[in-house]
Design a protein around this ligand. Structure first.
Ligand SMILES: [Zn+2]
Length: 376
């Protein structure tokens, strides 16, 4: 029996793995020493055995509410990720599974690999409407990829931004990107066709390549939580934000979605930036219109459950959506998807899944289509 994690986005430390019924594991802490919750490992040579895998430091993870009613993801082929019996006793996360095959992968959520990211960029650039731009480098020296979709020669075009995976463990955000991008590049899609007559789309499918590859939950290679770096990003600590923020200022911005995953809440929801200082009433109304349109477009989205509203003027201006909304006086929102499931329409086999994240990416374009004429 062998447990390994020395691969793209792998994260686990083996304390003990001699007997299937007493496997003891720990999650490695992100650079910066503060956060951890993402895990991703491979178990081999335990076919047919009743495996009991205890993650001993789960009780010190970043979001303990994330473990309540949580079921770990597993896969034999690394394409279909299904949920397995998991319990949390207040200290340990205990994953129980009897592998049907020699090797099985486990992860906090369906992983989205760097290879798949490169495939997404390569495939997208084949479309004549899509350009690939490298904005700069990450701390580890990876490229910061931007896709530009639409006609930049159209001077009246709105500038529609979407960024994902500032928090690298929130892989559902890059699955969402697959749906969003595929629809924009679908010549037969009437909504995409109309949107592209009015707008150019600027898309950053992965804001945190280093953290993704290193198997972090929340930080980049320098230990920075990128969604707290927008006020004063630096090339040393947060080049990923520095490059994207600079490009946003250079090309302009009329709308931005910052796509995330939430550990605790089993719902899809939006956190607005209404609490920025002197937020124009117009942007609050626009946000409400977008949310209402998204509710109509995809029943997986809802407005009942979400973060508590911050008092006016009290926004955390180091966060992406607040900084962007204030800087550009344009609608910027954080979209959250669940790690667990959509409690309004649960899927007991997969829980919240890559497939449904992709569909939500599609639907956000339907919702945008409903409000696009009001953006300026
Ligand atoms: Zn996040």
């Amino acid at each position: 029996m062998k447990i390994s994690s020395n691969f793209d986005s792998g994260n686990i430390e083996v304390v003990k793995a001699e007997s299937p019924d007493d496997i003891r594991l720990r999650i490695r802490v992100d650079a910066g020493g503060e956060f951890f919750q993402w895990f991703h490992y491979r178990l081999s040579g335990a076919q047919g055995a009743d495996c009991r895998m205890v993650i001993e430091n789960a009780g010190e993870a970043a979001y303990l509410e994330g473990w309540n009613d949580y079921q770990a993801c597993a896969s034999y082929d690394r394409e279909t990720w299904f949920r397995v019996d998991t319990e949390y006793d207040g200290k340990n996360l205990i994953i129980n599974h009897s592998p049907q095959l020699d090797t099985v992968w486990f992860a906090y959520f369906a992983p989205y690999s760097r290879e798949r990211h490169h495939d997404l960029i390569a495939k997208s650039q084949l479309h004549p409407r899509c350009q690939h731009v490298v904005l700069g480098e990450t701390v580890d020296g990876e490229d910061m990829d931007l896709l530009v979709i639409g006609d930049e020669a159209n001077e009246d075009a709105l500038k529609i931004w979407a960024i994902a995976r500032q928090h690298p463990g929130e892989t559902m955000a890059e699955w969402w990107m697959e749906g969003y991008i595929a629809r924009l590049l679908d010549d037969a899609d009437p909504v995409a066709r109309q949107l592209l007559q009015k707008a150019v789309f600027y898309v950053v499918p992965n804001m945190n390549p280093d953290g993704s590859r290193r198997g972090h939950l929340r930080t980049n290679a320098a230990g920075a939580n990128l969604n707290r770096e927008w006020q004063t990003p630096t090339l040393e600590r947060s080049p990923e934000v520095y490059w994207v923020d600079r490009e946003m200022r250079e090309v302009g911005l009329d709308f931005c979605l910052d796509v995330h995953g939430d550990e605790g809440l089993p719902y899809n929801f939006i956190a607005g930036a209404d609490a920025i200082p002197d937020c124009p009433e117009r942007l609050i109304t626009l946000r409400e219109s977008f949310e209402e349109a998204l509710v109509r477009s995809n029943p997986d989205f809802q407005r009942e459950h979400g973060y508590p509203k911050k008092p006016a003027g009290q926004a955390n201006m180091t966060m992406g959506s607040a900084h962007i909304q204030a800087t550009h006086q344009a609608l910027a929102m954080t979209l959250e998807m669940p790690f667990k499931d959509n409690a309004n329409d649960p899927d007991f086999f997969q829980g919240w899944s890559p497939e449904r994240s992709i569909k939500l990416g599609h639907a956000c374009l339907d919702a945008l289509y409903q409000i696009i004429d009001d953006l300026r």
